[in-house]
Ligand binder design. Structure first.
Ligand code: TYM
Length: 336
């Protein structure tokens, strides 16, 4: 059986970007394919500690899984939910891959450059985080990794590390598909990058200080709609999907397509030729508010006990699969 796998760091409340770029696509893929594929959803808690954590990491970890369930994830025996640090093989394989990955390729990662920029001293974890990510993926022979556009470089790095390893030691790792195919598998034409509402040149990010630049998943729905109303647009006066010349308007069209689960082309055609930006903002704001209202009302139904049960089964499964792959690797490298 093929495997779909993804993880979202549990450092803080999620943004609408995390939700639309990774969490919701994963839930939709899981519900579509979990009869015929393994669906691995894990909390990369070791990735969380490379940077500061807002609040209590334990609470955040449970919240992260609660979010998948509140978004309609259907569970069955092929859906596996686990925490990275409860599967020691991730760290063990990471070390071995560290001896395959090069300083040059890991230094080129945009995320590393962004996360280390301006820091007087940067921890080694920030530098090494894509190699751990490669271990997360390769241990389970995952071909499909639904992620937002900002993580594409890490998939390419994973592919390169895996191919280099296979060239040296034999066909041990399954190579995840190229990012273009990842996007197609997710049902999109392009990778998803939800933009900052005030500065649509940038991606929406929790770390941006301005409140109105981002929608958080615990935002009051009416407040979220107001943030959409105050989003930066342009002075061209026509609604057109053109990320280069009209990133603000294009971002709103994209958000609406994702929130309402409609093909982007349909949303673009509906608004094509329209000129009133206010009408578009009202519609997108209302759709985002409705989505948040439903999502937030589902959250209370999911208890920590339910999540503990999922972790117990998922971690038993994950340790079994991951240890098999790790042993194969240890043998060919000469460690066993
Ligand atoms: P993280 O936790 O930074 O982000 C989680 C997911 O959210 C997506 N994302 C966005 N998508 C669209 N628009 C945005 N504005 C936006 N902001 C964030 C990210 O692309 C990501 O998919 N290294 C990973 C976590 C990880 C992982 C893995 C993922 C660790 N191991 C193995 C997949 C497979 C990370 O830090 O994502």
């Amino acid at each position: 059986m093929k495997t779909i796998l993804t993880g979202i760091r549990a450092n803080s409340e999620l943004t609408l970007g995390n939700y639309l770029g990774a969490l919701l696509p994963m839930v939709r893929l899981a519900n579509k394919y979990s009869k015929e594929m393994n669906v691995n959803i894990f909390v990369p808690d070791l990735h969380s500690i490379i940077s500061s954590v807002d609040g209590d990491l334990q609470k955040n970890i449970y919240r992260s899984i609660r979010y998948y369930l509140a978004s309609g994830l259907n569970l069955n025996e092929n859906v596996h939910i686990y925490r990275q640090s409860y599967v020691p093989a991730h760290s063990q394989l990471c070390w071995i891959l560290n001896c395959i990955a090069t300083m040059g390729e890991t230094s080129r990662m945009t995320q590393f450059k962004e996360k280390s920029e301006g820091r007087e001293s940067c921890n080694v974890g920030i530098f090494d985080y894509p190699v751990l990510m490669a271990a997360d993926i390769l241990l389970y022979s995952a071909e499909y990794v639904p992620i937002g556009e900002d993580q594409f470089q890490h998939i390419e790095l994973t592919r390169n590390i895996a191919m280099r390893f296979n060239n040296k030691y034999g066909e041990i790792f399954t190579i995840p598909v190229k990012t273009k195919e990842q996007v197609q598998f997710m049902g999109f034409d392009d990778g998803i990058r939800v933009r900052d509402l005030l500065n649509p040149e940038k991606k929406m990010s929790k770390s941006t200080a301005a409140e109105n630049s981002k929608i958080m998943m615990d935002d009051d729905p009416d407040k979220a709609a107001k943030k959409i109303m105050s989003a930066t647009t342009d002075s061209l006066g026509k609604i057109k999907f053109d990320m280069f010349n009209q990133p603000g308007i294009s971002n709103l069209l994209l958000i609406d397509a994702l929130v309402t689960d409609s093909p982007l082309q349909d949303v673009i055609s509906t608004w094509s030729g329209e000129t009133k930006y206010g009408d578009l903002k009202k519609k997108v704001g209302a759709d985002v508010a409705e989505m948040l209202r439903e999502f937030q009302s589902n959250l209370d139904e999911i208890t920590d006990d339910m999540i503990d049960e999922l972790f117990q089964d998922g971690e038993e499964y994950a340790n079994k699969i991951a240890n098999q792959k790790l042993t194969e690797v240890q043998k060919v490298v000469g460690l066993r």
